[in-house]
Design a protein around this ligand. Structure first.
Ligand code: CA
Length: 467
């Protein structure tokens, strides 16, 4: 694309952003407007079980992420960026639908089972891939699915036209037979429906496939790429040459983890090179975020936050979160009002000029007017969380964090403006805030539905006392 043409489409995009959704929704015409020519590509890079602190741009003392740090310099960093759940599958369900996953019973993880028709993203939910695919985008998933293993839930049935990756919740990083192999290697890796062997280190392979997906697109072919790494989720496995880079880290687990994060960043670098070499970097809206807080078991660090994966303290749900769209979003800035993974879908749709589904509520908002300053106020008055059908619950409003860690537990209240680490429960000092946020949670919860299936870990831990 010539610089002149690029400039023209850039300007037309600026002018059409607000009108795009309405005009597409009403016209029903196949005529291509200049705005349609300028449709931005949409990329979501999703990490898995990465600690809040474990990137250079998050202040990590030992993880190195030069490509992600460059993204932060070129885009906006959300330092109050949240996901909707403190573990994998429900978090993904909300990301791809723009809706609280409790609206449709997708509140728990599932065990990998290709025969299980009962657990997966409910089939009447609409994904971002459905919406962008219907609008003429080429859609691709590279990496981890974890929204149902049975073929009825396959990415191909949920709007993705291309896939390289696996439908389960995790995977070994080396090919079968490598030292330290776990059962996860049994989950097949597939390319466009065919099981394929993979001999490259998996994170590196996902970067290769993401770059390849970008390079295979025609110049006038807008695309949506969902690059969902399983790194740095366990098992802790990294190539020797990457481990050597972190030889100064004494703890061998942390050393491996840092190498896995490095590999993820290196794979992002491959994607970035493909975007740059094909002239698409400026016309691509790119999100980077992580699916849930770092767990205790993979040597991640959520400092300075309290809690881990599977908890509703900040360490379970506040994540590294970036967005870049050159010419639209101020580079190198930080946005501090709470935002959510729920906002990815509405923001991407607005950028693409695609109308959201009219038959169901979305819980996310288009962040672009907030980032440009055209809209004041907060994207979300409140954000809500619920685990295990309400055994655990949380609300964020302004600087207040209300959290209840058991069904009968006394709610705790934290002032995040002075107590980011949630050390000082101030509920006794502010009973009216506790009551107000508790009532707000109940009101929100009344709009949600029960889980469609139990959480496999919680179920066992509670001795089959599910419900
Ligand atoms: Ca995860």
């Amino acid at each position: 694309m010539s610089q002149t043409l690029h400039r023209r489409t850039f300007l037309s995009r600026l002018g059409s952003a607000a009108l795009g959704a309405a005009s597409l929704a009403c016209s029903g015409s196949s005529e291509q407007s200049p705005a349609a020519d300028a449709k931005p590509n949409i990329v979501i890079v999703f990490a898995d079980d990465m600690g809040f602190q474990d990137a250079g741009f998050q202040g990590s003392p030992d993880c190195e992420t030069p490509h992600l740090d460059a993204l932060a310099r070129e885009g906006v960093r959300f330092d109050n960026g949240y996901v909707t759940h403190p573990f994998c599958s429900p978090s993904r369900a909300a990301l791809l639908t723009g809706r609280y996953q409790q609206r449709f019973g997708h509140e728990n993880n599932m065990v990998f089972d290709l025969q299980d028709r009962e657990t997966g993203l409910p089939l009447n939910e609409i994904t971002l891939a459905n919406l962008l695919g219907d609008a003429g985008y080429t859609t691709g998933l590279v990496g981890k699915w974890h929204l149902g293993a049975h073929p009825i839930y396959h990415p191909f049935r949920r709007g993705f036209q291309h896939m390289y990756g696996f439908v389960g919740g995790g995977h070994d990083y080396f090919d079968p037979g490598a030292p330290g192999q776990t059962e996860q290697h049994l989950i097949p890796i597939e390319r466009d429906g065919e099981v394929v062997p993979e001999t490259e280190y998996l994170t590196t392979a996902l970067g290769r496939e993401a770059a390849s997906f970008v390079r295979q697109r025609a110049d006038d072919e807008p695309f949506f790429l969902y690059l969902a790494f399983n790194a740095p989720h366990t098992p802790l496995q990294a190539p020797d040459e990457m481990l050597a880079r972190f030889a100064s880290i004494e703890d061998p687990g942390r050393r491996t983890y840092a190498a896995m994060v490095w590999a993820l960043d290196d794979a992002v670098g491959r994607l970035e090179a493909a975007l740059a070499e094909t002239g698409r970097k400026d016309n691509t809206l790119l999100f980077f975020l992580n699916d849930n807080g770092g767990p205790a078991g993979n040597k991640s660090s959520n400092a300075p936050l309290r809690g881990t994966k599977r908890t509703l303290y900040e360490g379970g749900v506040r994540v590294p979160f970036l967005v870049r769209w050159p010419g639209h979003i101020e580079p190198g800035s930080t946005y501090s009002r709470p935002v959510s993974s729920l906002d990815v879908l509405p923001t991407a749709l607005a950028a693409a000029g695609v109308a959201p589904p009219a038959d169901r509520p979305l819980d996310g908002v288009d962040l672009l007017p907030y980032l440009s300053g055209n809209q004041s106020g907060v994207p979300h008055q409140r954000l809500f969380w619920r685990c295990f059908d309400g055994v655990e619950a949380a609300v964020r409003e302004g600087d207040w964090k209300w959290v209840r860690v058991g069904r009968e537990a006394r709610p705790e209240l934290y002032d995040l403006s002075t107590d980011l680490s949630e050390k000082y429960d101030v509920s006794a000092d502010h009973p009216e805030i506790v009551a107000e946020l508790g009532a707000a949670w109940e009101q929100w919860n009344a709009q949600m539905v029960p889980s469609l299936w139990p959480d496999h870990i919680f179920h066992v831990r509670e001795g089959n006392r599910w419900r």
